[in-house]
Design a protein around this ligand. Structure first.
Ligand code: ATP
Ligand code: LTN
Length: 342
């Protein structure tokens, strides 16, 4: 009977989705179309937890004042993109102490060998040879703690993070095996309409917040004129044919963006723009993107003007998240034999 009840409860329970984004700069069109827009769309169906991963951002050097500012901005950007604090739990990672504590427990369950095999560690240490800090090495353990603290069912992450998710499952399995059932095993969540957006200047590499060439990147706070200008100078090819085909990386990227925003299929787009030059198409993409981003820019400006409101939302998010995270943290502490204060 107890089991039947538990099963019924399990079926009725909304599944938990958790994801984080680092405050390493203004979100790009890639972050929006590949991640945050989907986060907004699944808020009714799932219990969603979204956070600003400021602890993770410490693995690269950022000026402290800039980190503070970017964290505030990233929080406001999530809300401006339509993440609704009435539906989803939104918070700043370092405001919830359990993350740092669970990170340590996870560190002690992670093996040097497996952390050494992480491709992000290898890539980032090659990129910043002067700052290969221990945090960069144990980045995946902290991330595992983030996910396991909330007993997440699904984690929406891009391809670059799937290895970290696998690692999280490995640690959780090992912990449950050694100490008894404690953590739910999370799965990846891959949205139907997820788009991978490439750099406008080098369409073979992904558009990213930290790209040093601003022409390559559409930031979600860019104004219409800037957006139109960047699309106008986007790299394409000499064929002047709007069609999705191997080898046409630049055009493929523009078509992917246009399709993600308008909902039109690639075939329909090719038909609509048959016989027209790239100039017309680039302008159409620019306008579609600018129209989509305009309300976000407006909402963002309002939020940044109301610091009290933002801070109240951060406080509320941190309190609610702490209550949930502390439950799992205490459970894990007991399992490993740490004495809880009486
Ligand atoms: P950084 O430049 O600091 O590495 P980033 O722009 O690559 O940052 P992340 O903070 O690593 O972004 O990622 C946040 C989320 O956005 C992740 O879920 C990631 O998969 C997604 N994302 C990032 N860039 C793109 C892109 N170009 N296209 C689609 N999704 C993306
Ligand atoms: N590593 C992720 C950010 C991140 C995250 C998480 C994502 C930190 N903790 C937990 C999902 C779940 C990134 O760089 N995109």
């Amino acid at each position: 009977m107890a089991n039947e009840n538990e099963n019924a409860q399990e079926t009725a329970r909304k599944k938990i989705i958790l994801s984080g984004i680092q405050p390493t700069g203004t979100f790009t069109l890639g972050n929006y179309l590949g991640a945050v827009r989907n986060w907004r769309q699944i808020q009714n169906e799932y219990q969603c937890y979204y956070f600003i991963a400021d602890l993770h951002s410490m693995t690269i050097h950022i000026d402290p004042a800039k980190r503070r500012q970017q964290t505030r901005e990233a929080f406001a950007l999530l809300l401006a993109c339509g993440i609704d604090t009435e539906k989803s739990l939104v918070f700043v990672q370092s405001h919830v102490h359990a993350h740092a504590e669970m990170g340590w427990i996870m560190d002690c369950c992670s093996q040097f060998g497996e952390l050494s095999r992480m491709t992000q560690f290898k890539d980032k240490s090659a990129k910043h040879p002067d700052n290969i800090n221990a945090g960069l090495f144990t980045y995946p353990s902290l991330m595992a703690g983030d996910i396991l603290l909330y007993q997440a069912d699904y984690v929406p992450v891009g391809a670059d993070q799937t290895q970290h998710l696998e690692f999280t499952r490995d640690i959780a399995t090992r912990f449950n095996h050694t100490y008894g059932e404690t953590f739910r095993l999370p799965e990846g969540y891959f949205p139907k309409a997820g788009a991978r957006v490439m750099s406008l200047q080098d369409p073979t590499s992904k558009m990213s917040k930290s790209d040093t060439n601003p022409k390559a990147t559409i930031y979600i706070l860019d104004d219409e004129e800037t957006i139109l200008r960047k699309f106008k100078s986007a790299v394409t090819d000499s064929e002047a044919e709007v069609v999705y085909r191997e080898g046409k990386d630049g055009v493929n990227n523009l078509m992917t963006i246009y399709s993600a925003i308008t909902g039109e299929s690639l075939d329909d787009i090719a038909r609509d723009f048959a016989g027209k030059g790239y100039g017309d198409f680039k302008e159409a993409v620019g306008h579609a993107v600018a129209d989509e981003l305009q309300p976000i820019r407006d909402h963002y400006a309002e939020l940044m003007n109301d610091r009290q409101y933002l801070e109240a939302q951060m406080r509320d998010g941190a309190e609610r998240a702490s209550r949930i995270a502390n439950k799992t943290l205490n459970k894990a502490k007991k399992k490993v034999g740490l004495l809880l204060p009486q």
